[in-house]
Structures are given as structure tokens and as C-alpha cells.
Design a protein around this ligand. Structure first.
Ligand code: UGA
Length: 456
């Protein structure tokens, strides 16, 4: 099949690569000429394991090419995928400027029948509007169909997710377009959910909002586990083995971040109020997520007697999660900002997100270190903010020899509590009563000089 993919972000670039790897001929389009030149050379604009190999292989075998010209890219295509960004606007809903622009341009350039597929995450009603916009901009009386085909890939695992999705959702009002789309995905042998436009659009938001709810749920469970003496990791394991609950997205931590969950939960909430309905549960999900990092920081502040000035911390993790260089809406970055604002000096390390972090955090009171051991050298505490696997296997003897005081704040429950306590560290985790939390519970509450919402 001949396919055009507009947008070379996570979804577009990975989509273009995988579609071509399936034997289709793909033209990827992006307005950013510098980015296109880099991709052509095999330099990926994002860190995504396995991606550059697939891109280079398919370029060299002639199935994958890139251009900055939308009209050229879509000329021979049977399917045109729209994979442009839909960031959060000031009012909380999705900013669809890029989608409208592309729809108008597609309309102006449509000369033969094509299926126009919206893969970008878009609020309910958008596909219908795109259909109208394309129609309004047609220069010829060309036939076309619009299809909603939301993407569910995770950053850091996007190649495997795209190759092996749990399901494919196709929202369509045309049997012809539906059958073309099915022929693209049929070989995967995975369930195809046929839907109307609005249900397809809603499935994407509902899925992300549900997963975010799972995280906020376990983070609230963590609060009562810690207070009552239960261990949230054990509770999550016991819950997750129930096939109706499932084990995934039950890791308590400092809250969810990234370019999707925060914006999609907010956008779905906005959709609810637009429909004159207050989605109360989602309000709670967002509030819990906002407070979770404060609770974590408050433990650090209380441990150090309410004053962080003059303290130096070794911080491991800046990306919004493991396996990515993405720091958009990263809770780790927010925690670093709060700690710095409270007077601390930070020595930081992340396996992939150093460059991006430096751009947003600057260099005031932050030292960017070459590895995890340099970051903790001569510091007052080790603070873990991202769930990179390599942080879970840190050599505790080396940590001990590096830290001035033997205290660890683990914001991702990535360390083995027993080993850490046996190595005689004071350990703080999320949702479990460790020797650190026991210690704090004996100290007076309150954080002199520092007010953190929900801090205690
Ligand atoms: C998320 C969804 O998982 C994808 O299905 C979806 O396609 C994508 O958004 C999107 O809409 O584009 P992603 O943003 O890559 O994918 O990240 P996740 O792996 O879902 O993690 C999101 C956040 O939740 C991270 O900050 C992570 O640290 C946090 N998280 C995740 C937890 O705190 N606990 C968990 O148990 C799982």
C-alpha cells in the first residue's frame, strides 16, 4: 500500500517506520526541514530503542522516504495518516491548531480518492469537523473518507507496541474506508474494534484516563498503607493477580507525567464539563497526582529539619519515566525545581534525558553528572525520581561510601527495601512504613519555614 504519514513525532515517525517494515511504501512529511534531514541520516529526533535501525533499513530498501512538502507526500498515497501534535491549551482542552491546518491543506491537495486517518489524540467530534474542513477546501470534486484510528503506543516501547498492539480501533462511517484500513492491519491477527467516529475518539481518552486513574488510585492506597503499616507493593501484587484488575499501572510513585496522561485527563475532564457534566472521579485523579510529589518532597524537608539550604542531593532520574529522553510534564523535573527552590544544590543524572533537562532547568545550583555514582558523590542524600532499571541495581556499598549521611528517598519504590535497610540506610519509599518513615513519625510534624500543600 502507498501511505503518507504527516508528522514525525513519536506516533508519526514510529508509524512510518513500522508501516514500511510491513512492506508498504511510505512518505513521511514534516514541516521541520532540519528534522527531516536528520531522520534521513538515521539520527532520530527522539530516543526510542530499535527505531533508527528500522528507519535506516527501510530507507535503504526504498520503502521509506521523507519530505517537507505535504502535496508531494500525499500525491500517490491511498491512505494519509495525520499524526500531528495536539498539546494542551490554556483552557485545559486539546489545542487542535495543527490538525485544522493539515486538514485544510489536505483538502486543497486532494486529487484522487484517499482515506484520511486521524491518529493524533483528538477530542470527541473532531473527525466530523475534519471531514467538513477537508470538504470545504476541495478544489476538485474528489471523493474521500475520514477514519479515526487512535494510537496506543507507549514511549520507550513504541516499536514493539506498534508491531504488536493489543487492539486496533477503527472509527469510520464508510464500508470502503473500513475495508482499506482492515487490510492494513489484518496481518497482525489482533482484535479490530469497529466504531463510529465519536466512540473511537472516546476510546483513546477513556483508556489513558483509566490508566491514570489506576495510578492515582494506587498512590492514594500508598498513603493509607504507609499510615497503617501495610506495604503498597505487596498490596498491588495481591490486587494485580486478580485478572479483573491486572498487574500493570499499579506502581505507586511520585505521580504520572509525560506528554499524554496529564493533557488527556484534563482534556477529557474539559469534554465532560462541555457536555454539562462534572466528571468527579477525574477531578480526584488530577488532584491526587498534583499532591503526590509534594508529599514526597515534604518527607525530605522534614527529615532535614525544615531547611534544605546548604544541602546537596544526588538525584537519579529526570525523564518522565524510564526508557525515554522525554521530560515533558516530568514529575522528576518538577521535584528538582521544588528542591532547588527550597535552597538545595542538586547533582543530577539520567541515562537519556540530560540534554533535554539542561535546556529547561539551566545550570544554576545543578551539576549534570556523567553517571549515577558521580551524582551521589559527597551528597547529603540519594533521591530517586525515575524508574530506570539501572537505578534499582545500584551498588549499595558504593552509595554508602559516597553519601555524607546514609539516607535514601526512593520516589519509585525501585530499590529492595530489605537490602537497603540491612545495609543500614535510612530509607524512605512510597506507601510503606520503612525505617525512615518510622523515624519521622517520632518527630514533631510541621516543616518550619516551608509550606507544602498536603505536605504532612
Ligand atoms: C501513555 C499510554 O500508556 C499509551 O498507551 C498512550 O498511547 C500514550 O500515553 C499516548 O497517549 O500517546 P506514555 O505517555 O508513553 O504512554 O507513558 P506511560 O508508560 O503510560 O507512563 C505515564 C506515566 O505514568 C509516567 O510518568 C510513569 O512514570 C507513570 N506510571 C506508570 C506510574 O507512576 N505508575 C505506573 O504503574 C505506571
Amino acid at each position: 500500500m502507498k501511505i503518507c504519514v504527516i508528522g514525525t513525532g513519536y506516533v508519526g515517525l514510529v508509524g512510518a517506520a513500522i508501516f514500511s517494515d510491513w512492506g508498504n511504501t511510505i512518505v513521511g512529511v514534516d514541516i521541520d526541514s532540519e528534522k527531516i534531514e536528520r531522520i534521513k541520516k538515521g539520527e532520530m529526533p527522539i530516543y526510542e530503542p530499535g527505531l533508527s535501525e528500522i528507519v535506516l533499513k527501510n530507507i535503504s530498501e526504498g520503502r521509506l522516504s521523507f519530505t517537507t512538502s505535504l502535496s508531494e507526500g500525499m500525491r500517490d498515497a491511498e491512505i494519509v495518516f495525520v499524526c500531528v501534535g495536539t498539546p494542551q491549551s490554556e483552557t485545559g482542552d486539546a489545542d487542535l491548531t495543527a490538525v485544522w491546518k493539515v486538514a485544510e491543506e489536505i483538502g486543497r491537495n486532494l486529487e484522487t480518492y484517499k482515506v484520511i486517518v486521524l491518529k493524533s489524540t483528538v477530542p470527541v467530534g473532531t473527525n466530523e469537523k475534519v471531514k467538513k474542513l477537508i470538504k470545504d477546501n476541495l478544489r476538485f470534486n474528489t471523493e474521500f473518507d475520514v477514519v479515526s484510528n487512535p494510537e496506543f503506543l507507549r514511549e520507550g516501547y513504541s516499536v514493539e507496541d506498534m508491531k504488536n498492539p493489543d487492539r486496533t480501533v477503527i472509527g469510520s462511517d464508510s464500508p470502503k474506508a473500513l475495508s482499506i484500513m482492515k487490510s492494513l492491519y489484518a496481518h497482525l491477527g489482533k482484535p479490530i474494534v469497529e466504531a463510529d467516529f465519536k466512540s473511537a475518539e472516546m476510546i483513546k481518552y477513556a483508556s489513558n484516563a483509566f490508566l491514570a486513574s489506576k495510578i492515582s488510585f494506587i498512590n492514594e492506597m500508598a498513603q493509607i498503607c504507609e499510615r497503617s503499616g501495610a506495604d503498597v507493593s505487596v498490596v498491588a501484587k495481591g490486587m494485580g493477580l486478580d485478572s479483573r484488575v491486572g498487574p500493570k499501572f499499579l506502581n505507586a510513585g511520585i505521580g504520572y507525567g509525560g506528554s499524554c496522561f496529564p493533557k488527556d485527563v484534563a482534556a477529557l475532564y474539559k469534554t465532560s464539563t462541555d457536555q454539562a457534566y462534572d466528571f468527579k472521579l477525574l477531578r480526584g485523579v488530577m488532584e491526587v497526582n498534583e499532591l503526590q510529589k509534594n508529599y514526597f518532597v515534604s518527607k525530605i524537608v522534614r527529615y532535614f529539619g525544615g531547611n534544605l539550604s546548604g544541602k546537596t542531593f544526588g538525584v537519579l532520574g529526570l525523564a518522565f519515566k524510564e526508557n525515554t529522553d522525554d521530560i515533558r510534564e516530568s514529575v522528576a523535573i518538577e521535584v528538582v525545581r521544588i528542591l532547588r527552590g527550597l535552597g538545595a544544590y542538586l547533582k543530577v543524572f539520567d541515562p537519556q534525558a540530560m540534554y533535554n533537562s539542561k535546556k529547561v532547568l539551566g545550570e544554576v545550583d545543578i551539576k549534570y553528572c556523567l553517571d549515577k555514582y558521580e551524582a551521589i558523590e559527597d551528597t547529603d542524600a540519594l533521591i530517586i525520581l525515575t524508574e530506570w532499571k539501572e537505578f534499582g541495581t545500584i551498588d549499595l556499598e558504593r552509595v554508602k561510601n559516597s553519601l555524607k549521611s546514609h539516607v535514601i528517598f526512593d520516589g519509585r519504590n525501585i530499590l529492595d527495601r530489605k537490602k537497603v535497610e540491612e545495609a543500614r540506610f535510612t530509607y524512605f519509599a512510597i506507601g510503606k512504613r520503612t525505617n525512615g518513615t518510622e523515624l519521622l513519625s517520632k518527630r514533631p510534624t510541621g516543616t518550619p519555614g516551608v509550606i507544602l500543600k498536603n505536605g504532612d
